[in-house]
Write a protein that binds this ligand. Structure first.
Ligand code: PMP
Ligand code: GLN
Length: 387
């Protein structure tokens, strides 16, 4: 056939997560690339969903989300962030964080608007901005001498904001670097945006996976920032259930109203029995997400410990279930080529960082997911120690 189409996303290919997971499957490699646990959600959560499946919760959920789930989230938000949110008007359940981010960007960004992201930036932001007619401005996170501690250059942010800036996208706890924000960072951000009209989109999907006793400093907790922020999160990470694609958007009434205008025509509503089951479990088992930092910190330490005699340089991640390994002592190959070669030839799949950056990225770092059972981590570490 001779037909062709002018692409709306000419620079976009297939996501690195799809490429690396497919390659890992094709080559039978251990897949530490795409971020998903190798274990199941808790039994009690599964049985709550099963209960609702068997008790008639099988038709459309309300467009904004099952009321019990929105109320449970409002209570959690007040308890953890001190923010009182209106479950009816300020919380919307959406199809994973991916839909939340997409709907928020379509709702806020107009043609010609500029949107600031920090590189390495999660891969779904820029295509969503482009589809809204916006222009993405990339600011690289700075990295300190250790090569592992990433942070926002506040001066560069202040210098990049202009009258055209409509939205700033933040993602802390940060995928892939594990960087987190402190309260003082939120105050700096508030100072910078105070005199502007820009909105904030805060991707907090790893809100419950922060280590070493550090708190998660959510934009929800900051009185001034909250007024202009949409916070997006997901149950995928919190309940070991990335395949369920249930997420949420918490935003002040006037922003939630705009978010819902898009959400209702993107997915309309989200799986009913899953929402009911999660609502029950959030209320009955808060210790599950409260204990998540300990659960994942043990995995982080186990994985890092197994690598202590390897030739990788590392610093244990501050958050998320990703560990960055610096391979400078082993190879000078470009990260993407190396990730592919090690998957094919050495049976271990990872994610290169350069694909999340606008500027050519010269670092020798790969991201490895440690949300795996111990046997998988041991088998992976054995391969990594042989490199
Ligand atoms: N944002 C970040 C930073 C992520 O790592 C992910 C994926 N894990 C998402 C958004 C998408 O989340 P979901 O799978 O709930 O759509
Ligand atoms: N967020 C996951 C990661 O960083 C991937 C999600 C996806 O495949 N879209 O690995």
């Amino acid at each position: 056939m001779n037909r062709s189409i002018t692409s709306k996303l000419p620079d976009v290919g297939t996501t690195i997560f799809t490429i690396m997971s497919q390659l890992a499957a094709d080559t039978d490699a251990i897949n530490l690339s795409q971020g998903f646990p190798s274990f199941d959600p808790p039994d009690e959560l599964l049985s709550r969903i099963w209960h609702h499946l068997n008790n008639g919760a099988n038709q459309y959920a309300p467009m904004t989300g099952v009321p019990g789930l929105r109320v449970a989230l409002a209570e959690k938000t007040t308890r953890l962030q001190g923010r009182i949110v209106d479950a009816d008007h300020e919380i919307t359940i959406c199809c994973g964080a991916t839909e939340g981010l997409f709907s928020a960007i379509q709702a806020i960004v107009r043609a010609g608007d500029e949107v600031i992201v920090f590189d390495p930036a999660y891969d779904s932001y820029e295509p969503a901005i482009s589809l809204a007619g916006g222009v993405t401005r990339h600011i690289p996170l700075t990295v300190d001498k250790s090569g592992f501690d990433f942070a926002i250059d506040w001066q560069q942010l202040a210098d990049t904001i202009s009258g055209k800036t409509r939205l700033i996208v933040l993602n802390f706890p940060h995928n892939p670097t594990g960087a987190i924000l402190q309260d003082a960072d939120l105050d700096k951000l508030a100072e910078i945006v105070r005199s502007t009209d820009c909105y904030l989109l805060s991707d907090e999907v790893y809100e419950h996976i922060v280590f070493d006793g550090e708190p998660h400093c959510s934009l929800l907790a900051h009185d001034e920032l909250w007024e202009r922020t949409l916070v997006i999160s997901s149950f995928g990470k919190t309940f070991h259930a990335t395949g369920w694609k249930v997420g949420y958007c918490i935003a002040p009434n006037y922003l939630s109203a705009e978010f819902r205008k898009v959400h209702q025509f993107t997915t309309f509503s989200i799986s009913t029995p899953v929402q009911h089951g999660i609502a029950d479990f959030l209320v009955s088992n808060p210790e599950f997400y409260e204990e998540l930092p300990v659960f994942y910190q043990r995995k982080r330490d186990f994985f890092c410990g197994l690598l202590k005699d390897s030739r990788f340089n590392l610093q244990p991640a501050h958050s998320t279930f990703f560990q960055i390994l610096n391979y400078a002592e082993i190879s000078s190959e470009i990260d993407k080529d190396l990730a592919i070669r090690w998957t094919r030839d050495n049976g271990i799949a990872s994610i290169p960082l350069s694909v999340f950056c606008e500027q050519p990225f010269t670092g020798t770092r790969l991201r490895f997911c440690f949300a795996k059972d111990d046997a998988t981590l041991e088998a992976a570490a054995e391969k990594l120690c042989d490199l």
